[in-house]
Design a protein. Sequence first.
Lengths: 838, 243
Amino acid sequence: MAEIRCPMCSQPNPEDAEVCSSCQARLKPLVASGGPVEPPGDIGETPEPQADRGASQETDWLSRMRSGVAEPAAKEEEQAEAEALTPDATPDWLGRLRDSQVPEESQQAEQESEAHRMPEPSSSVEPEAFSDTQDGAVPDWLTRIRQREADDPTAQPESAGMDEEDWRSRLGFDADTGAEAGDTDISARLMGQMEASDHDLGLESDELTPEISLPAWNEPAVEETGDQEGPSAIAEGDAFPALAAFDSPQDSDPISHEASKVEAPWVDSIEAPSESVSEDVGAVAASDTREPADYSDALEFEWPDAEEPAESSEMPWESAKQVQDLSSETALDWLEPGDPDLPPQEIVEQTEEVESPPAMTAEERIFGPGVELDLDVPEIPEPVESPISAALIPDEEPPAADSSGADLSLDDIDLPDWLADMKDPHAGPVPGEIVDDAALAPATLPSWLEAMRPVDSFRSVVDVESVDSQAVESAGPLAGLRGVLMAEPVVAMPRAATIGSPGLEVTERQFAQAELLQQILIEEEREHPPIQPARSRMPVLRWVISIILVLSVAMPTFLPSIFFGVFSKIFVQDYDFSRFYSVVENLPVNAPALVVFDYPPGYNGELSTIAGPFLEHLVRRGVPIATLSTTPTGPALAEALLSNYGENWTDYIHLGYLSGGPTAVQVFAAAPRSAIPKGFKIPETLQDSQVQEGIQTDSVERVWQSKLLESVKKLSDFSMVAVITAGPENARTWAEQAPDWMEGKPLVMILSAGAEPLVRPYYESTNPQIQGILTGMPAAVGYERSNNGQTDAAGNKWDAFGFGVFAVQLILLVGGMYGLGVRLWRLGLKISKGRVND
Amino acid sequence: MTELSGLDLIGTIIAALLTVMVLTYILGDNFLFRLATYIFIGVATGYAGAVAMHSVLVPGLFSPMFNKSLTELFGDSVNIIYFLIPCLMILLLALKIFPGGARYGGLPMAILVGVGAAVVVGGGITGTLIPQSLGAMETLDPNVQAPLTGETGIGRVFDVVLMLIATISTLMYFRFSAKRELSGEARRTLMASVLATVGKFFIAATFGAMYAGALASSIVILVERFQFLKDVLSMLANMLVGA
């Protein structure tokens, strides 16, 4: 049992199936009113002539197609007629076109070779519309096509079915489905393609196919046959042998895919349709997204069942009135027989009177019985093709147009390459497919049609010479190869610049930089002699100054004051001393005084001289002294100084080393007992008077157990805080952290002469944070005189200090004068030189 | 100088020698001076380490660790706060020795730096910035008497105005904002330039006073050293004579 390929999914289905079992697409087109329509035959081949086919039928429609080129007015009338057709008309030939699709590529190739041949229109189909313009004479162009086909040995219709096979294979019909004689019906196939397009658009074929109105030239063929057989082959000698397949709708079997692949060379002679037609065709083509060789969609409209012939007398393809909406202004208009520029709608309208074709497969209707078509067409990504245009454009060149300019000449149509390539590979090339005829005007393919040109069929405009004629490379790595680009004349050959290079413009700055760079490079290359070691010079100035200072200090020290006791007689009391002395003098004796030793050992000579009288004053008054230091060497310095004035743990006590910097000072200020866990230089043996009551003398480990610190719980319990420091940082730290915790207790500073300028603002402010300041030798000498009425350590140093300071002042004065003189002398030189230059 | 014991005598002699070695710098950089310098640095560092160990680590870390039981250490909240947590921080800080554990010492370092900065900044604001700013805004009433010096009248007003000008000009000297002119050069305004120049003089005067004080301190120190040498020589002479 023959199988029918679904035009949508290419799935095999039983021959009598109406819808596809997988995708539910209609396999058989619905028969349009107007009678049976013979399935179209191969467009590109000459179908077997049938006795019942009248040449007048095909000539009529062909004549109308030709006349349509020269008579646009007639085209408009026919368009109007096409629009008046009932929407339910489904051309049978289109249905057979669809049903005869066969997915075998080999059959498609066979069909392609014959697709160029003009299918013979079915003699049984004689649309009345086509008979209006002609008296039944065969158009010249069709004659030429047939003649050419007859002359072409490869195109010999060994069997009309072979031509039909080619034609139908190009159309995608399956030649094995047994289409009778190569009755082709271009209109039916076109309508089938249009329906396929509609199917892609989501339109139901049931809705579309009835509305398709196929050209009327198919009708006579259907009427004559009166059966459901496929379109009878075009009568011999007809110019459209492939169209015969559309003329005898023998049955309603769906046309296989291969039927759509049949080439129709006679289409080449068809003149380019008018603009509106082109637009129509383009609209249909745009809606059809399948490849040009895939005619399966072209057959995608409902075919009437084989058991149920078309209800109306219309051709099956007439029943495809549904696509009238699309085809009314679409490509089929120009397919009107005898009037290629007519819109398909007119063609469809003309088929109203065609009787329903007998039950035939679409392939049989198109290509005739016994023709197998391969509708298996590989998908081509582009271009978008309209099956209608594909069915109309055969590969073979139509016969040369004769002198009758009104005749439609296929030579004038410029076939797209993809149609030209749809040839039977076994058949071989068909030379001279398109005959240039001076009478035929060259057709210009519209852009949409050009876009449908498949990529593989692209023909280069530029002639590429054959490989054999190309030169053989003789040198280089590509030696022996042909077609190598000539590199030497382009790359190797030096050539002058086509454009003259502008002159280099160098600015002065660039020139100078370039010269500098050049000098640097020359300097790098020049050999430099080794650098002689600098001769060491005697530090005469240093020696002189050193000698002056040593003598000024050492002589008063080593020699008796008789000779250098000048400064002892000159003494000016420091005005800050009295305030400091009064503060210490007013201290209570029941509370210890905290003395902080925050100076390095290097300043011990100065600060011990200044702080000595102060400490002596405290000890003399009986004020207990607690020492503390934020430096590791502070407790040792405190012991060395205080040991000269009192006794440890009796007159003074060492709290030890307070580590942590400013943070530790704040911690001590907030909680002294927790900040100092252990003292410094605790005596090995303690007396009861030295420790608090109730504490074992041999177990004393904490300095806070001393009787001197018995009443001290917080910082304000000290009677005074005295900071002895040589740097302003330590003084500022105590001045910032301690006053808030002292609750009005005095804070005094014993400072080195260098730190006094930075600490004095804390003393001389409106709200002073420091209540007393003692600094320098004058203060120390004055304190000693206040304590003892005589000088001691500080007094002994006063003369040497005086001479030393005097020497320093003298050196600074001499040095300043020398520097000023040198500067003035140089300035004078500049002025004199300036005058000379002027 | 009183009679010294054996070690004290040795120490005194060594101190005298080191003093002479340092004074040889008058002749230029020499070996004796550098030796004395190296000895000073080493002894000072060693003594500081010994004091830190004896005064801080032993009473604060080792003594509680070895003398107290675990119950006393972990049972008392005071011990936990003042001992265990600091021990943990010490261990984390010690990990900075190793490259892999250096990041774990970031926490104690952050605590140290953060607390120290907070104390310094807080003290600087409350103890220096605000009081000094208030001190610079004294009244110009001539009848008011200075609390410390007792100065009054025009002299005090002059001092107040001078202090105000010195403060403003000194601060203006350290203001480096300038306007860029069309030529690309940045220049201060005329008033800013004048005030900056006046402030420069006050700053120079301050530095001069500080330098003078440093010179005076140096002279005193030199005198004290020569007196020490004199005392040592006298002692030695007496010892030699007595012997």
